[in-house]
Design a protein around this ligand. Structure first.
Ligand code: FES
Length: 87
């Protein structure tokens, strides 16, 4: 089981505990943490997050990502992670 810490818009950190079987987007939705998304397939870039700490397994995508950025719809945690919304 992995822990996902996410910095919310209001500056608070929320923690979720997940098995790493689903995308980060699906896990956030499951826990009622809402972020932007659209295509859910790695095409639109709406769901970009910053990976602050930890490792993810990232599937192929069409979006050009900068260092430290991940797509919530294409990434699954493989360790405890900390993520934040992109500034
Ligand atoms: S929702 Fe479109 S890239 Fe993730």
């Amino acid at each position: 089981m992995f822990r996902i810490d996410i910095d919310n818009i209001d500056g608070k950190t929320e923690s979720l505990f997940v098995y790493g079987e689903n995308s980060i987007l699906a896990e956030l939705e499951e826990h009622n943490v809402l972020i932007n998304y659209s295509c859910r397939q790695g095409h639109c870039g709406s769901c970009i997050l910053k990976l602050v700490k930890g490792d993810v397994l990232h599937q192929d995508c069409l979006v050009q990502l900068s260092r430290g950025e991940i797509l919530a719809c294409r990434a699954k945690p493989i360790s405890d992670i900390k993520i934040s919304l992109r500034d």
